[in-house]
Design a protein around this ligand. Structure first.
Ligand code: ADP
Ligand code: MG
Length: 249
C-alpha cells in the first residue's frame, strides 16, 4: 500500500507526571476525513500541535508522505504540504474576499504584494484565488470586505486561503466551533467535498458533524487511542460508549 499522506508513530508527550499523549499512532489516507474525538483534556490539541510542529514530542515520529518531519519546524511542514486552518486568523479585514484569497496565492508564490499593485488584474493570481473561493463556497461574496462576512463565512475564507497553498493534507481544529446551525451545515457541505482535494484530519466536538463527515474516527481518552474505526464501529464500541459517547451515540 502507498504511504499514508500523514502518519504519527507512537507519539508521546508528557507534562510532568501527566502523559498528554501516549504512543499515539494514527494515519491519514487519500480522500478521507479522519476525525479525532475525545473528552476535554484527552490530548487532541497536544496531538495536533505535535503534528504541525508547534510542540516537540518526547518520543515518536511524524511523517508526511513517508518522510520523517519530526525535527522540522512549522514552516517546513507547511512547505511539505501540511495545511492548518482555523487557528490562526490571517484575514485582512478591510480587504475584499477576493483580495484576501489573492494575497494567499501571492504568499504561496513567495512574492511580495507591494510589487504587485495590479494583482487583481493578473490571472496568475486571480484564477487560483477564484478556484479556492469557489471550493470554499464563497463565489457569491467576492466583493464583500472580510469585515462584512458572517462568522461562518470568515471560516470559509480562512479555508480558501489555506486552499491556495494546495496542501496535501488539512489539519482542522474545531472548524464548527462558534458556528450556528446554518454555518455548520454550510461548513459540513464544504468539507465533504474538500476531502477529495486533500484529506482532512478533523478535531471536532460537534458529534452530528463528525458522524456525518468522518470516514474514520479515532477516540482519544487520557492521551491514548482507545479505538479507531468507521462511524458505525465507533458508535457501537462498548469501550467508547463507556468512556466518552454515552447517550450521544
Ligand atoms: P484536548 O485538546 O483533548 O482538550 P489537550 O491536548 O489540550 O486536550 O490537553 C491534554 C492534557 O495535557 C490536559 O490535561 C492538559 O491540561 C495538559 N496540558 C496541555 N498542554 C499543557 C502544557 N503546556 N503544560 C502542562 N499541561 C498541559
Ligand atoms: Mg483542545
Amino acid at each position: 500500500m502507498a504511504d499514508p499522506i500523514l502518519e504519527t508513530r507512537k507519539l508521546t508527550k508528557r507534562f510532568g507526571a501527566l502523559a498528554a499523549n501516549e504512543d499515539v499512532s494514527i494515519d491519514l489516507r487519500s480522500n478521507e476525513i479522519h476525525a479525532i474525538i475525545g473528552p476535554n483534556g484527552a490530548g487532541k490539541s497536544t496531538l495536533i500541535k505535535q503534528i504541525c510542529g508547534g510542540l516537540k514530542p518526547d518520543s515518536g515520529d511524524v511523517l508526511i508522505s513517508g518522510e520523517t518531519v519530526t525535527a522540522h519546524n512549522t514552516q517546513q511542514r507547511s512547505a511539505r504540504g501540511l495545511g492548518r486552518t482555523f487557528q490562526i486568523s490571517a484575514l485582512a479585514m478591510q480587504d475584499s474576499v477576493l483580495e484576501n484569497a489573492v494575497l494567499g496565492v501571492i504568499g504561496r508564490l513567495g512574492k511580495r504584494l507591494s510589487l504587485f499593485s495590479n494583482a487583481l488584474k493578473n490571472s496568475e493570481f486571480v484564477e487560483p484565488a477564484l478556484k479556492a473561493l469557489e471550493q470554499a463556497g464563497l463565489e457569491k461574496q467576492l466583493d464583500y470586505k472580510a469585515s462584512e462576512l458572517s462568522h461562518g463565512e470568515r471560516r470559509q475564507l480562512e479555508l480558501a486561503i489555506a486552499l491556495t497553498l494546495s496542501p496535501k493534507a488539512f489539519i482542522m481544529d474545531e472548524p464548527m466551533a462558534g458556528l450556528g446551525a446554518g454555518g455548520t451545515k454550510q461548513m459540513t457541505e464544504v468539507l465533504s467535498e474538500l476531502r477529495f482535494q486533500a484529506p482532512i484530519l478533523l478535531v471536532e466536538h460537534d458529534m452530528d458533524a463528525v458522524f456525518a463527515l468522518a470516514d474514520r474516527i479515532s477516540v482519544l481518552v487520557y492521551g491514548r487511542v482507545i479505538a479507531c474505526g468507521t462511524v458505525d464501529e465507533i458508535r457501537n464500541d462498548p469501550a467508547v460508549r463507556e468512556a466518552y459517547l454515552g447517550n450521544a451515540a
